[in-house]
Design a protein around this ligand. Structure first.
Ligand code: ADP
Length: 402
């Protein structure tokens, strides 16, 4: 089969991740990250793979560089050094965080789509404007190629109203689209497709709980292959405990902080997004590895953070038995889900009412990129599937240009 290469771009507010992916095999031939945009030490790191041989590189981008300079470097220097690869790129796929209600699937980007992404910027003010910069820069760099947008929210557009309407005056939804959207949809979709193949169940028959646990974390209930509920809301702040986000809480805390403790709204927003979660509870770190290490060394804050993280996560998972009824598998993914045997063990133990039986050897084996079942053969299945959002983006791009 001939190669079908897609350049996949993920533009954040101060970084740009890029990869050239074979949309058929999922292999990444070249991938990298440009970060610290707008700062003195803006830089770009990348690796290339030829057969089994991998080579790594790093360069400074020049002080205060940002998306446009990074795109120029990727095209004029990195890809220029691999002309055959560059010539074979068929399309550019963009990860876009928020597609609101307008986008329930991936699309080829035209002026109308760009306007739609811009219109959703109020819902993702850090991400959508950065995506637009990336799309425009990629259009300049690859004027002959189709640009495709793949939305993090799209997979959750199948949620019924009972799952996405907040118990606020309905008018807020009608007039201002205030509702739950959910995120990490591309990852949950990949998990659904891969779990279906692994379990030998058709996607349209598959009932799954997908727990994407990275710095951001969300749990999704997938019924008959579509998302019927998810833990993130209008923004990524809602849901389970995350690295630095608080997840669900009593909204009155916001009023109390502002009215009684003199916080500004900006300070509360910042606190709940960037200083809470594992970091806020532990007063140590947002990084799960540091939390596990602190816990092993008797750090009380780390142990408490770990306990709360697992307890709240298990409660979410348990609650998704309501929309699903039958569960074919519980899947862990994302940096924590793919690597933390300890968190998986704690969560599975908390879910013992459903008869999940952890297999300790399997749980330890399924780490560092290794897929596998982590429960015993008797009882319900819990498994680890390393996510691959880039591959989904490349596949969608290929489908759309075909
Ligand atoms: P992002 O949401 O930024 O894409 P990732 O999916 O890369 O995040 O996940 C980052 C999280 O995964 C961090 O909390 C990190 O500590 C955790 N993680 C990575 N490797 C391990 C490991 N070996 N053990 C436990 N946690 C890990």
């Amino acid at each position: 089969m001939s190669n079908k290469y897609v350049l996949v771009l993920n533009c954040g507010s101060s970084s740009l991740k890029f990869a050239v992916i074979d949309a058929i095999s999922g292999e990444d031939l070249l991938s990298g990250l440009s970060e610290c945009f707008g700062l003195e030490d803006a830089c770009i790191k990348w690796k290339t793979r030829v057969g089994q041989q991998e080579s790594k590189h790093q360069e400074s981008l020049g002080a205060f560089s940002a998306h446009t300079e990074a795109m120029a470097y990727i095209v004029d220097t990195i890809l220029a050094a691999h002309p055959t690869l560059k010539q074979q790129i068929l399309a550019v796929g963009h990860r876009v965080v928020h597609g609101g209600e307008q986008f329930s699937g991936s699309v080829i980007i035209n002026d109308e789509v760009l306007q739609g992404i811009e219109a959703c910027a109020t819902l993702a003010p850090l991400h959508n404007p950065a995506h637009i910069i990336g799309i425009l820069a990629a259009k300049v760099a690859f004027p002959q190629l189709a640009q495709i947008a793949v939305f993090d929210t799209a997979f959750h557009q199948t949620m019924p109203q009972k799952a996405f309407i907040y118990a606020l005056p309905y008018q807020l939804y009608r007039e201002h689209s205030i509702r739950r959207f959910g995120m990490h949809g591309t990852s949950h979709r990949y998990i659904c497709q891969t779990a279906a193949k692994t379990l030998g169940i058709a996607v349209e028959d598959l009932n799954l709980i997908s727990a994407h646990l990275g710095n951001g974390a969300s749990v999704t209930a997938i019924k008959a292959g579509i998302s019927v509920d998810t833990s993130m809301g209008m923004t990524p702040l809602e849901g389970v405990v995350m690295g630095t986000r608080c997840g669900d809480l009593d909204p009155s805390i916001i009023f109390y902080l502002v009215q009684n403790l003199g916080y500004s709204l900006k300070e509360v927003e910042d606190m709940m997004n960037k200083q809470s979660g594992l970091l806020g509870i532990s007063e140590l770190t947002n990084d799960c590895r540091g939390i596990e290490e602190g816990h092993a060394n008797g750090h009380k804050g780390a142990s408490l953070a770990l306990d709360i993280f697992c307890y709240r996560l298990a409660k979410y998972i348990a609650s998704y038995t309501v929309p699903l009824g039958r569960i074919d598998a519980l899947v862990f993914t994302g940096g924590i889900g793919e690597n933390s045997a300890l968190i998986r063990q704690k969560v599975i133990e908390l879910l013992s009412i459903f008869n999940f039986k952890l297999d300790r050897q399997r749980n330890l084996a399924a780490r560092f990129g290794q897929q596998g079942q982590i429960t015993a053969d008797t009882g319900p299945v819990a498994m680890v599937i390393p996510t691959n959002e880039e591959w989904v983006i490349a596949q969608d791009a290929l489908k759309l240009i075909d």
